[in-house]
Design a protein around this ligand. Structure first.
Ligand SMILES: Nc1ncnc2c1ncn2[C@@H]1O[C@H](COP(=O)(O)OP(=O)(O)O)[C@@H](O)[C@H]1O
Ligand SMILES: [Mg+2]
Length: 237
C-alpha cells in the first residue's frame, strides 16, 4: 500500500486526570483518506483519544500533530482556527441546538468561517439536501427522528468541508436502520475524500471499516494497520 500523508499523528500521548491515566502512551497515525474504527470497553480512553485528535483537549504529555501542525506550538486562537478549518465532530447524542431549525443548526457550523449569513444558509441547505433532509430545513430537532437528528449533526460537521471527521459513537443512540443510514452517509463522505475516525461499540460496524484500532486501559491494544515488526501502514514508506 502506498504511503499516505498523515492527517493526525500522536506520539507517546498521555492524558492524566486526578487518579486516572485516561491515555497512557498512545502512538497512532491516521493518513489522509482513511476510514477507521476505534473500539474498546467503556473507560478505555476512546473519547479522550478522539478529543485529543480533534484538539478539543490537550495531552498531558506527548506529541500531537494535526494537518502537520504541532498542536503544542499553537495558541488557543490558532487551535480554534485549525479546528474550524480542518475538523468536524459528531457525537452520540447529536448536540443540536433544540430551539434552532435544522437549517440554522447546520448554517451555524459556518459561524467562524467568515462567510455571510446568506451564504451560510445556502450552503447549509445544500448539505441538508445531500444528507436527504432537503424537505426538513425548517424542522426543529424535536420534530425529527433520532436518525434524522444525527444526519443534521453530520451535515453541521461537514458544512465547512473539513478534511477530518471525528465521530464518537454516532450510531449509539439509533435503531439499526437509522444507524445503517448514518454509516452509509459516512461511507459516502469517505468516498468523497474525507478522512473519518469512528468510535463504535458495534463489532459489525467496526469490522466493515478498512482499519480497526482497539483501545484498552488508555493504550492501543491492537491496530489492524500495524505490521509485525514494522511501523504503521499509514507511515510506512
Ligand atoms: N473529565 C474527566 N475527568 C476525570 N476523569 C475522566 C474525565 N474524562 C474521562 N475520564 C476518565 O478517563 C478514562 C477514559 O475515559 P473515556 O475516554 O471517556 O473512555 P471511553 O470513551 O473509552 O469510555 C475513564 O476512566 C474516565 O473515567
Ligand atoms: Mg466514550
Amino acid at each position: 500500500m502506498t504511503a499516505r500523508e498523515p492527517v493526525v499523528e500522536l506520539r507517546d500521548v498521555t492524558r492524566a486526570y486526578p487518579g486516572v491515566a485516561a491515555l497512557a502512551g498512545v502512538d497512532l497515525t491516521v493518513g489522509r483518506g482513511e476510514l477507521l474504527a476505534i473500539v474498546g470497553p467503556s473507560g478505555s480512553g476512546k473519547s479522550t483519544l478522539l478529543n485529543i485528535m480533534g484538539i478539543l483537549d490537550r495531552p498531558t504529555s506527548g506529541l500531537v500533530r494535526v494537518d502537520g501542525h504541532d498542536v503544542a506550538a499553537l495558541s488557543d486562537r490558532g487551535l480554534a482556527a485549525l479546528r474550524a478549518r480542518s475538523i468536524g465532530f459528531v457525537f452520540q447524542h447529536f448536540h443540536l441546538a433544540e430551539s434552532a431549525t435544522a437549517l440554522d443548526n447546520v448554517a451555524d457550523g459556518l459561524l467562524y468561517s467568515g462567510r455571510s449569513r446568506t451564504e451560510r444558509r445556502e450552503r447549509g441547505a445544500a448539505v441538508l439536501a445531500r444528507v436527504g433532509l432537503g424537505e426538513r430545513l425548517h424542522h426543529r430537532p424535536h420534530e425529527l427522528s433520532a436518525g434524522q437528528k444525527q444526519r443534521v449533526a453530520i451535515a453541521r460537521a461537514v458544512v465547512g468541508e473539513p478534511g477530518l471527521l471525528l465521530a464518537d459513537e454516532p450510531t449509539g443512540a439509533l435503531d439499526s436502520a437509522s444507524g445503517a443510514a448514518v454509516m452509509e452517509l459516512l461511507h459516502e463522505l469517505h468516498a468523497g475524500g474525507t478522512t473519518i475516525v469512528v468510535i463504535t461499540h458495534d463489532q459489525d460496524i467496526a469490522a466493515s471499516l478498512p482499519r480497526q484500532v482497539a483501545m484498552l486501559d488508555g493504550r492501543v491494544r491492537y491496530d489492524s494497520a500495524a505490521r509485525p515488526g514494522g511501523r504503521e501502514e499509514a507511515t510506512a514508506c
